[in-house]
Ligand binder design. Structure first.
Ligand SMILES: [Zn+2]
Length: 274
C-alpha cells in the first residue's frame, strides 16, 4: 500500500484519536463511505470518536464551515460501518474503506410540535438560524438503481421528513477530499464511492448521508458517469428536491469549484511507502 497516512494540505487538520482504530490486516482500500455525524460540531464528534466506549470512528470529519479533521491515518481501519455492513460482497467493509463523516444532524425528529435533534436521549430544538432552514426530503431504496431514477424521475418516498441541509463550503470540501483520495489511491473504484445507507444491512438500517446529499452533482463534478457512480447504490437521493438542485447550481458557478475542477493535480499529497 503506497499512499500517505495523513493528508497534509490546507484545510485538513491532523488530529489523531487514541482509540477505535486498528490495522487493516491484508485488506486493500478500494472504497470511500460517506456518513453524517447526527451531531453538532466536528469537535464534538471527534471527542466521541476519542472515547473508547463509543467503538466508533472515521478517518475524516468535515465540519459545516468546510474545515476537515483527520482523526485516523489512512493505513489504519476506522470503525465507521457496523460488522454487518456489506461492501459489494465483502464482509470487511471497514478494512477496505475510508470513512468520511459530514457534520450534519440528518433526519430531524418532531417532539412537542417542534423539530428537534436528539443528544444523549434529550430533545434539543433544531436551531434554523444556526444550521439552516430544514428541508423536506425522502430516500428511495431499491437494488439495483432503477432506470427511472437514472433518468431523473423522483423515487418513491422512504424515510420522509425534514433534514438539515448540507452547507456549500462543506459539500465543496467533501468533493475536494474525495478527489484527493482518488488521486492518491488509484484502487478506489468509481463505483465504490458510497453512502453508509448503501452498505448497512439490513437495507434501511442506516439513512446517512440522506436524501440531501447530492450524489448526482458529486459524480458530475468528479467526472464519473452516473451509471458507474451509482452502480452499488441502494439508496438514492431525492433528486427532485429543489434545495439540492439550487445548491448544485450555485456551486457549479462558484469560483472555488471552478478552481478545483481546473486544477486537478496541484494539491496531490506526496505518495510515501511508510
Ligand atoms: Zn454512518
Amino acid at each position: 500500500m503506497a499512499y500517505p497516512q495523513w493528508i497534509e494540505v490546507d484545510g485538513i487538520t491532523k488530529k489523531p484519536i487514541e482509540c477505535n482504530f486498528e490495522d487493516r490486516g491484508d485488506q486493500e482500500v478500494d472504497a470511500v463511505v460517506l456518513h453524517y455525524t447526527a451531531g453538532a460540531s466536528a469537535l464534538s464528534s471527534w471527542k466521541w470518536f476519542n472515547t473508547p466506549k463509543s467503538s466508533a470512528s472515521a478517518h475524516f470529519i468535515v465540519d459545516r464551515d468546510g474545515s476537515i479533521l483527520q482523526c485516523v491515518p489512512l493505513d489504519m481501519k476506522a470503525y465507521h460501518v457496523g460488522r454487518d455492513a456489506n461492501l459489494a460482497g465483502s464482509k470487511s467493509a471497514n478494512s477496505k474503506s475510508i470513512g468520511i463523516e459530514i457534520s450534519n444532524f440528518g433526519l430531524l425528529v418532531t417532539y412537542k410540535k417542534q423539530l428537534c435533534t436528539i443528544d444523549d436521549k434529550e430533545f434539543i430544538p433544531y436551531d434554523s438560524a444556526k444550521y439552516g432552514e430544514p428541508v423536506y426530503g425522502a430516500i428511495a431504496l431499491g437494488d439495483p438503481t432503477p432506470q427511472h431514477i437514472l433518468d431523473g424521475e423522483q423515487p418513491a418516498a422512504f424515510f420522509e421528513g425534514y433534514w438539515e441541509p448540507y452547507k456549500p463550503a462543506q459539500i465543496l470540501s467533501v468533493h475536494k477530499l474525495v478527489r484527493l483520495l482518488r488521486e492518491g489511491i488509484e484502487e478506489i473504484a468509481s463505483s465504490k464511492i458510497l453512502g453508509h445507507s448503501d452498505i448497512a444491512l439490513p437495507l434501511g438500517r442506516k439513512q446517512d448521508p440522506g436524501p440531501l446529499w447530492d450524489w448526482f452533482g458529486m459524480f458530475a463534478l468528479l467526472g464519473i458517469p452516473y451509471d458507474v457512480g451509482l452502480k452499488n447504490h441502494k439508496s438514492v437521493s431525492f433528486i427532485g428536491c429543489e434545495a439540492v438542485t439550487n445548491v448544485r447550481s450555485a456551486m457549479l458557478n462558484s469560483p472555488d469549484l471552478l478552481a478545483l475542477t481546473e486544477n486537478k493535480t496541484s494539491e496531490l499529497p506526496p505518495k510515501s511507502d511508510t
